[in-house]
Design a protein around this ligand. Sequence first.
Ligand code: TTP
Ligand code: MG
Length: 406
Amino acid sequence: MARTIMHIDLDAFFVSVEQALNPELQGKPVVVGGKPDRRGVVASASYEARAFGLHAGMPLATACRLCPQAIFIEGSFPKYRDASHRFMAILADFSPFLEPVGLDEAYLDVTGFESIYGSIHQVAIAIKQRIKDELRLCASVGIASSKVVAKVASELSKPDGLLVVEAGKERYFLAPLPITKLPGIGKKTGQILKGLGIHAIGELSITPLSVLKSHFGVYGELLYRYANGIDDREVEAPGETKSISRETTFGKDTKDRSLLKATLRYLSERVGTELRQRGKQAKCVTLKLRYADFTTITRRHTLRQSDNSDQTIFDSGLQLLKITLTAEKQPVRLIGIGVSNLVESGRQLDMLDASTRRREQLDRAIDRIRQKYGFTAIQTGRTLRLKDIFPENEGGYTLHAPSLSR
Ligand code: TTP
Ligand code: MG
């Protein structure tokens, strides 16, 4: 049965929360990210500031040069988290099929809802109105038969937009748009596609699958499907996650300590990223090793305090790895790392000691960069070692057990 999926994204989220709390900021060029004499970047720019060319990721100093009259605000995460919770609660009133993505974005499956509200358009208007009345924020909404098309539509409709792509018109809607509008196409993939002479999504949609596969492997097939408006991913309500883990089998059994450590570091970062995406912290870290003779062992470490930083996960894993390897002479076939005993990460930045705070800020900055430019866009020295071993794509390294390289 054809589905109706809605993608909702708040406009200029961090800035709009500040503007809702302080009317003096309304209608003005405002930037959240810090004072311009700091070395940081713009996290969110009001649409008034965007008119001057400001955008997320731009160095604050550049932003100040382009728009000296802009008001620069440090920002405060707890305010945005609270607004996010209230936003998701409004959406949950409309459909139980809700999948939050980050803080200011969500998918809703509203298949069949026209019978309740008259039309899907009316559902979207009702949602936007409640967000405006209760949060004094603007949301943009895209509606289509799949997640990917709904997301492209909401993005295109911004700000304060509402765009419905009728069933059957998906390819026609996507065709004229630049490939960079397609979710999943970052800088790197974009450049390769342009090198192949592919600029519009329509051109991508008629590129032979074999060509895309030869350049991007399995990921090429995904690009092809998305470009054709085909996406059967369900709207998934986040279940109660009990544990998160990543593992991979090596192409060849290995005793190489530095490869084991590099892989462990990479897997720890994947686990940490998901942990933070889910807004959780973990109390336990588990290392898993399978040896050449298929014997499999797990070793567990309990943290003194729950944590979600890549560094803590990796440090615990590494400690367990060192202890385990001293007692074992066989080469390793598979390595994995996992976290469990999860709790909500409710801590406020200003309540942490300086080094924990720095680590959290670093992880958060890295998460943003990776979301935008791909997982391997930023790496620690240790994981660079993997560059020569595993092929890379927009989503990170393709490990030998691809289903586990998420
Ligand atoms: P976005 O939804 O990408 O951006 P936005 O809400 O500011 O603007 P719009 O959706 O109207 O284009 O991201 C949501 C919030 O996430 C954003 O307000 C601030 C934060 N963020 C960063 O901290 N750094 C970034 O690089 C980006 C893109 C977002
Ligand atoms: Mg947004």
